[in-house]
Write a protein that binds this ligand. Structure first.
Ligand SMILES: Nc1nc2[nH]cnc2c(=O)[nH]1
Ligand SMILES: [Zn+2]
Length: 445
């Protein structure tokens, strides 16, 4: 049940922009899932004395608790969760045919799909992922199970039925006509739910699995329904070579998608590691977002994605876990891996490429919201946005973070709490999770 009126009083942390982290002690009022007011403790006291909050549930945070926006996972594969932590001994193309396509093929079984997806959505919510941009499988009905689960569990989700029409040894593909028909059907079925949190995404797997005819048809469908469109781009060098060999009329991998009208401001591309400067300019010009998936890029030995360079070149970047190429479903892990990869690039001679913990926090929240074009609704605590939030308790029972005597000022202490959560926290520190004002995790009561 949505708790109609809530007011949180305590430490609030969220990003205005990449370089502007806001941390202050104050209050945040929520009505019918939306943030309606924000202000200082003095303002809260005055309004409370005047009776403004008499019909609110007042939640006073303890000293070492704070509120942050929910995490945004810009790229993950729900059907691949049974393989998480397995089969990471091959690079992308072999990994797909040896481990991934055979697993995804099983989602013609709706019982299996429903069971896995329920576990996945709960796992993500427990880890504080209030919004996920999912790849489903090739199956229309199977992927609708994911839609039903996200709706039932109250997760904000963008969900795509995966499209593939190029033959592979697993037999995991559709013919072009069936594929186009099913994608339209999928979108219409999702719209029938009229759910405010879940939206369909057109999802061509990548240019190895889809020919230009299908890519173009899918771009048209996304245009027709004004849906987002997601895919993979330039993740692995063998993949890039293969795509260029199959599309000899195009000079670059991004050029293939551009020729098929895929690149626009509704487009989210995962990885984008091995881009030329010309491709970076093209993607920035078209308003394409990048889902940076550092765990997967390391585990599949795909490469080190130069996020700093992309940010400096006006690309919008969010974080993705990319399970099961990625071995961890948590965006907290993705923040740390993003920091690590950026530091490794700096150590390899790229000056000032490392991203700070504050920037990683931005990418995990506001950056992700911008990448998914949901920043009018979520990403920080601006008045008017919907209330997707995590209540963090740094020293909760079982926490990996210990308390030591400190000489910090109150303001310094507040920043330290968030910093230590980013570096050391885990799902145990996420004691409550709210999506659009509804509590979906509660370790406190
Ligand atoms: N990491 C990853 N890359 C892909 N490229 C095409 N399909 C996939 C996938 O399932 N995972
Ligand atoms: Zn992926």
């Amino acid at each position: 049940m949505v708790q109609e009126k809530l007011v949180f009083v305590g430490l609030l942390a969220s990003s205005k922009s990449l370089k502007d982290l806001s941390i202050f002690t104050g209050f945040l009022a929520v009505e019918h899932g939306k943030i309606t007011r924000q202000g200082s403790i003095a303002e809260f006291e005055a309004m409370n004395n005047a009776g403004t909050f008499s019909d609110y549930n007042i939640i006073k945070l303890k000293n070492d608790q704070f509120l942050i926006p929910g995490f945004v996972d810009c790229h993950t594969h729900a059907p691949q969760f049974p393989n998480i932590g397995l089969g990471l001994d091959r690079a992308l193309l072999e990994w797909l045919s040896k481990y991934t396509f055979p697993l995804e093929k099983r989602y013609s079984n709706l019982e299996f799909a429903a069971k896995v997806y329920d576990t996945v959505v709960q796992r993500l919510l427990t880890n504080g992922t209030t919004t996920a941009c999912y790849f489903g499988s090739l199956h229309l009905e199977g992927t609708l199970e994911l839609v039903k689960t996200a709706i039932k569990r109250n997760q904000r989700a963008l969900i795509g039925k995966v499209s593939m029409n190029v033959k592979n040894d697993t037999g995991y593909y559709n013919n072009t006509e069936k594929e186009i028909e099913e994608v339209e059907k999928f979108i219409q079925e999702v719209f029938k739910y009229k759910n405010e949190l879940v939206q369909p995404v057109v999802t061509p797997r990548f240019a190895v699995s889809c020919d230009k005819e299908l890519l173009t048809a899918l771009a048209n469908i996304s245009q027709k329904y004004q849906c987002r469109i997601q895919s993979h781009l330039s993740e692995n060098r063998d993949e890039v070579d293969y795509v260029l060999k199959m599309n000899s009329d195009c000079k670059t991998y991004s050029g293939v998608y551009n020729k098929c009208q895929i690149l626009n401001e509704r487009c989210i591309m995962a990885h984008a590691i091995h881009l030329s400067d010309e491709e970076i300019r093209l993607l920035a010009h078209k308003g394409v977002s990048i889902a940076h998936c550092p765990a997967s890029n390391t585990r599949l030995k795909s490469g080190l994605c130069p996020v700093r360079k992309y940010l400096d070149n006006n690309l919008t970047v969010g974080l993705g876990t990319d399970v099961s190429g990625g071995d961890n479903a948590s965006i907290i892990d993705a923040m740390r891996r993003a920091m690590d990869v950026s530091t490794h690039l700096e150590l390899n001679g790229n000056n000032d490429y490392s991203i700070s913990w504050k920037e990683a926090f931005y990418l995990a929240t506001m950056g992700g919201a911008r990448a998914l074009k949901l920043d009018d609704k979520i990403g920080n605590f601006d008045v008017g946005k919907e209330f997707d939030a995590l209540l963090i308790d740094v020293y909760v029972n079982g926490s990996q973070i210990d308390e030591y005597e400190s000489t910090e000022s109150a303001a310094e202490h507040a920043v330290s709490l968030l910093q230590r959560f980013v570096y050391l926290g885990d799902d145990r520190n996420i004691v409550q999770v709210y999506v659009r004002g509804k509590k979906v995790k509660d370790l406190l009561n």
